[in-house]
Design a binder for this molecule. Sequence first.
Ligand SMILES: [Zn+2]
Length: 133
Amino acid sequence: MGFLSANVYFFIGVIVMAIIDFLLPHHYLEEKICRKQNIIDRKLLSTGFVVTLGLIIHNFPEGMAVFLSSFTNVRLGILLAIAIAIHNIPEGIAVAAPIYHATLNKSKAIKYAFISGMAEPLGAIISYLILKP
Ligand SMILES: [Zn+2]
């Protein structure tokens, strides 16, 4: 049953990402930034934006998971927070690398990695606000 629901939610995630990629005007944003800064690689920048958005969507429930597990068992919450913190390193690299290589701008790459990472505490805070009453 767990295997089935994991696969169902995986493919729902794939479909949601495809819809977001189709609906968001990232090509327009990309061209605007390119004209401003003489961007080298538009496709790479587009990839960076899609990965950023995908990881924002991905990190939000992770923050909720850390909060909810900490809420029921502090030891489990700490372990989960450490595990998620470790796996956030390659996720941050996945956001920063394409944006850096497309723009050659380190602060922009770090900014987008930071924004995607902030979805996690936001998920935890929203979980707290929902469960508070
Ligand atoms: Zn993650």
